[in-house]
Ligand binder design. Structure first.
Ligand code: PMP
Length: 358
């Protein structure tokens, strides 16, 4: 019992109820890791070189203001540099967002199931998570999320596309939702997977943020840009929010390796987006293969697919591991990242065999 121990230091009792963040299982040397929505491609040589150049001076702290990357992002998105706040992965920025808005007695609303860090970082901040069940089809229930707002609500996460279902929210629905949220509640549109979206009806959160001071867009270099191991993400928000994020972030939280690699990735975007396109094509192959096998699955716009397997999820994951692919089971279903073609094909054969047992 952490809060009451007579022996050790007194820890916050709320920590007893908070699970440790569970990463996707590491893959063995000969297994395909399709459990953490990573980019399967190795770093581009130029991006690797940019990071390695910074490695020569890691006896020094990084540029705390993240100047080069911030300027590059501001120019690319046509926003003032003051509106950009970077952090230790987008999960680090998400934590800063909560610390900036919510404390004990305050509420943070999000769809559930969605990104598993939302309830954890909310509770770590001492605030109260308010999960709102997604629909049977895997969509955000935006009306129920609006109904969950109370005078204590401080922040709402909207995950578009949703992790782990891959479902998206269209422009009209999202605008209607945001415009119904009280102006003093921050709406964070988490777009970790935006580069994989091909549905033209999905809005770019940056268009929504421009004339709405209570909207913040959350992005990452971990997925399409392939920098998961370097930990760099960013938010685009109006100045008051972005300034608050700089106060609540861990100082020097973005290493110089990460800063350099992120800038190099933006400059190498053309080559990286060719890889993204290949992953989108693989996604189409996997989805078509699963549907041909008889699976009813959501139309994923991210770099993963979702099998709503319920209580048989763990069994499916075990069968996949046996076959050499590591997938991610949740109580409601299994999420499988789109990886190398060979790994995807093994997953398809596991799915085909499993389907016959349903
Ligand atoms: N948001 C969503 C929806 C995610 O799925 C993830 C990673 N799984 C993140 C944020 C965090 O990614 P990172 O911290 O690597 O930027």
């Amino acid at each position: 019992m952490s809060g009451t121990s007579a022996q050790g230091p007194r820890l916050r009792p709320t920590l007893d109820g908070i699970p440790t963040y569970k990463p996707g299982k590491p893959a063995g040397a000969d297994a395909y890791k399709l459990s953490s929505n990573e980019n399967p491609y190795e770093p581009l040589p130029g991006v690797l070189e940019a990071a390695v150049t910074a490695a020569g001076s890691f006896n020094r702290y990084p540029d705390m203001a993240v100047t080069g990357l911030t300027e590059e992002l501001a120019e690319r998105f046509g926003v003032p540099v003051e509106h950009i706040a970077t952090g230790t992965g987008s999960v680090g920025v998400a934590q800063s967002l909560i610390l900036a808005t919510a404390g004990p007695g305050d509420e943070v609303i999000f769809a559930w199931r969605s990104f598993e860090a939302y309830p954890i970082i909310t509770q770590v901040a001492g605030a109260t998570p308010v999960p709102v069940p997604i629909t049977a089809a895997g969509d955000h229930d935006l009306d129920a999320m609006l109904a969950a707002i109370t005078p204590n609500t401080r922040l709402i996460f909207v995950c578009n596309p949703n992790n782990p279902t891959g479902n998206v929210i269209h422009r009209a629905e999202l605008e209607r939702f945001i415009d119904a949220v009280p102006r003093d509640v921050l709406v964070v549109v988490d777009e970790a997977y935006i580069e994989f979206i091909r549905d033209p009806e999905v809005p770019n959160g940056i268009d929504l943020y421009r004339d709405r001071p209570n909207v913040c867009v959350l992005r990452t270099f971990s997925k399409a840009y392939g920098l998961a191991g370097l930990r760099v993400g960013f938010a685009i928000a109006h100045e008051q929010v972005a300034t608050a994020l700089r106060k609540t972030a861990v100082p020097f939280g973005v290493s110089q390796l990460a800063q350099n690699a992120a800038v190099a990735s933006l400059r190498a975007e053309e080559a990286l987006l060719v890889r993204v396109e290949a992953l989108v094509e693989e996604r189409a192959r996997v989805v078509a293969g699963l549907r041909a096998q008889g699976w009813e699955i959501p139309d994923s716009q991210a770099n993963f697919v979702w099998l709503p397997l319920g209580e048989r999820s763990a069994e499916f994951a075990a069968a996949a591991t046996e076959a050499g692919v590591i997938v991610r089971p949740f109580p409601e279903g299994v999420r499988v990242s789109i990886g190398e073609a060979e790994g995807n094909s093994i997953f398809l054969s596991v799915a085909e065999a499993f389907r016959k047992t349903l």
